[in-house]
Design a protein around this ligand. Structure first.
Ligand code: HEC
Length: 194
């Protein structure tokens, strides 16, 4: 028995048997402590709301899905009622549209869309049609004193604005006196307001 092994022998004997102090290998203890600290950090991060929990992850995944769907639809280049409807479900698209509306449309329609130079977009009366496609066409091409925004704004922004105005239909906020003819709100295909 080497000196080192002798050193590592414990003092006590039992029935002539002596115990050898055989520590766990370093890789094992290191792994143990790594998992120990990992668990503490993990609980601290995920259970104290510092980090993203599964609900946040889910929301982020859904948002990524809607963004991708929007990009795919734009790539197809075909604008129709269901395609515009998908923007309504996309929170990013709706907040982008709201920001644009406040910036460029509010001058004539007011920030809450209750009308000023342009008509109230929340009432039940419409100068033209009120399907998402009708809204898209008037925003893109303009009509009378309504400027053609298709010349100034990105195509996807015009689509998002049409979808946004679509969410205002039937909200009936008091504002400028009704103009045009009364129309029921057409159903939004494949997408409902959240
Ligand atoms: C310079 C003023 C002006 C601005 C800015 C403006 N509009 Fe208009 N808008 C009008 C007028 C005026 C009409 C009525 C057009 C008509 O006589 O048919 C109108 C009509 C509309 C209609 C159709 C309403 C209906 O009853 O058929 C929609 C939808 C609309 N605007 C959306 C928008 C959006 C979205 C924007 C921002 C991108 C915008 N407008 C910016 C003046 C404006």
């Amino acid at each position: 028995m080497s000196d080192r092994e002798e050193e590592n022998l414990r003092e006590h004997t039992f029935d002539g048997i002596r115990e050898y102090d055989n520590p766990m290998p370093a890789w094992w203890t290191r792994t143990f402590w790594a998992t120990f600290w990992f668990a503490i950090l993990y609980v601290g991060y995920f259970h104290s709301k510092v980090g993203r929990d599964v609900v946040d992850e889910y929301d982020a995944d859904m948002q990524a899905f809607y963004d991708k769907q929007t990009a795919d639809l734009l790539a197809l280049g075909e604008v129709d009622e269901p395609m515009l409807g998908t923007f309504i479900k996309n929170k990013n698209a709706m907040s982008e549209a709201l920001a644009q509306f406040t910036k460029v449309c509010a001058t004539c329609h007011k920030a809450d869309a209750t009308g000023d130079i342009g008509p109230n977009l929340t009432d039940a009366h419409w100068l033209g049609g009120n399907t998402l496609m009708d809204l898209y066409t008037v925003i893109k091409d303009g009509r009378n004193k309504m400027p053609p925004w298709g010349k100034k704004l990105r195509p996807d922004v015009v689509m998002k604005l049409a979808a946004y105005v679509g969410t205002l239909r039937g909200t009936n906020l008091p504002g400028k006196a009704p103009e045009g003819k009364p129309l029921a709100v057409p159903p939004v295909p494949e997408a409902k307001r959240d």
